[in-house]
Write a protein that binds this ligand. Sequence first.
Ligand SMILES: Cc1cc2nc3c(=O)[nH]c(=O)nc-3n(C[C@H](O)[C@H](O)[C@H](O)COP(=O)(O)OP(=O)(O)OC[C@H]3O[C@@H](n4cnc5c(N)ncnc54)[C@H](O)[C@@H]3O)c2cc1C
Length: 319
Amino acid sequence: MDILIVVEHRDGQVASINFELAKAVEGKGEACFLVASKEAAPLLEQLKGYGVKKAIQVDHENLAHYDPNSLTSVVQKVVQEKGFSLVLAGHTSFGWDLMPKLAMALEGSISTNVISFAKDGDSWMVERPSFGEKLVSKERLKKSPYLLTVAPGAFPEAEKGEGDLEIESVTLDVAAPAWEFQGVESGSTGEDVNLEDAEIIVSGGRGLKEKEKFEEVIRPLAETLGAAIGASRPVVDDGWLPRAHQVGSSGKVVKPKLYMAIGISGQTQHIAGMKNSQCIVAINKDKEAPIFDYAHYGVVGDLFEIVPKLTEKIKELKG
Ligand SMILES: Cc1cc2nc3c(=O)[nH]c(=O)nc-3n(C[C@H](O)[C@H](O)[C@H](O)COP(=O)(O)OP(=O)(O)OC[C@H]3O[C@@H](n4cnc5c(N)ncnc54)[C@H](O)[C@@H]3O)c2cc1C
């Protein structure tokens, strides 16, 4: 087998990025999922039918909660024992955390935020955005094993079809983490922010002027639409929302069905995080704002007038 996809999962659900990775490897070699967990079987069920035909499962008590050290040692052993030459994970907080550590452990070569990759002789050529998304750089990875974090939205999700997974169970010793799990707190607002898998995101920017107005204008619209709340970096830097809400090159990369950018100018660092959204709606009083270059629908006007009316109208339509 050539390609290993390290499966990202949380609370018993596999992340949607795994289905994009399944699409990304189509035609590039024989691929295999690696599911490392306390109980891999329910996760493997969710991975059936996406074109990847094989999976390796590693079940261990000490994999109950994500620990980069334990997971690095598991993936390292699997890669070395089975001879995988290409290892993939999403360019998500999971991939950012795990893959550099793994590259060090395997003494391989790594490229991050990759938007395309192809085999070229004995090496892999990759493309990735650089200089705040202003350029796309082409890189040749020369030292095997090759590790990539793939940008969310760079590939569509593989479609679910028929087909089973041939599963190999591997038994490994996994050291206990050097910490004891005490629980998870998901941000100071107590919200569970899973922007990466959200279908609708309502994002606000500096145009909201202050935290109270952000809450007054953005939150009701988001609640009416059943949307997750995103933000540009200044909103987070000013402490209106926790960092987990930030969209962009130094925040989350998202690809919802609908992304609403409200009072956001559309600087390249923000665009880097949301440009693969299926439908982008921008509301901005400046008709020259760069966000309109990316928006499918744009409204030029004062957000403080438009958004409350829009929220009321949607409530009315929903009955
Ligand atoms: C290394 C680095 C990393 C970065 N990473 C990120 C990142 O991950 N995410 C990110 O977002 N930024 C990031 N930035 C910051 C980025 O460059 C921009 O500064 C930021 O995105 C701007 O945020 P904004 O659009 O909310 O604010 P502004 O650029 O100030 O835009 C506010 C917009 O609101 C509009 N507006 C104002 N009042 C109203 C009104 N009443 N009605 C309608 N519209 C109104 C204005 O016309 C304007 O377009 C990064 C910068 C650097 C240097």
